[in-house]
Design a protein around this ligand. Structure first.
Ligand SMILES: [Zn+2]
Length: 165
């Protein structure tokens, strides 16, 4: 076993790979909308993007790929973790919705978010299986083109939330 290699993307050499990446992303039209990965989804509810490095196939999480792209293709430090500020695991809108930092920075963000946006956490299932189910629903909602209402219903698990009064 070799140590995991940090992901790098060469804007010239990997041009076709980058085009393939964006062809699996549906961008919401709004300034605050998510950009949703509509390619493969793993059992953990996160996307899977297959790339080839050094002659080997390798699956990466699309939001991490997007973070590297936003970094000009240069690798991020291996110990950095990524965080979805929008709570949508399939979102690849790096910078605005997906950020990366040291684990310390991110745990602080999570604590803040838990206080400020606790309402959202209700829809953040604790298990990978639930998250995968939700991610597949979200993907199905936007795969044929952005539909904000279908997207929100899928995200919140239509029929799953308590009756309004
Ligand atoms: Zn998002």
């Amino acid at each position: 076993m070799s140590a995991p290699q940090p992901l790098a993307v060469d804007p010239v050499r990997n041009e076709r790979e980058i085009a393939r990446f964006w062809s699996s992303v549906v961008r919401g039209p709004g300034a605050d909308d998510c950009w949703v990965w509509v390619g493969a989804i793993g059992d953990d509810g996160y996307g899977r993007f297959w790339i080839k490095r050094d002659g080997r196939q390798r699956a990466v999480r699309p939001h991490r790929y997007a973070l590297v792209l936003a970094n000009g293709g240069a690798p991020l430090p291996l110990d950095w973790v990524s965080l979805h500020l929008c709570d949508v695991p399939l979102c690849v809108r790096a910078g605005a919705h997906v950020v990366a930092g040291t684990p310390r920075e991110n745990s602080r963000d999570m604590a803040e978010k838990g206080r400020v946006r606790g309402r959202w956490n209700r829809w953040l299932p604790g298990t990978g299986r639930d998250r995968a189910e939700r991610s597949r629903a979200v993907r199905a909602a936007v795969r044929d083109g952005w539909d904000g209402q279908r997207f929100r219903d899928a995200l919140h698990g239509a029929g799953d939330h308590p009756a309004l009064f």
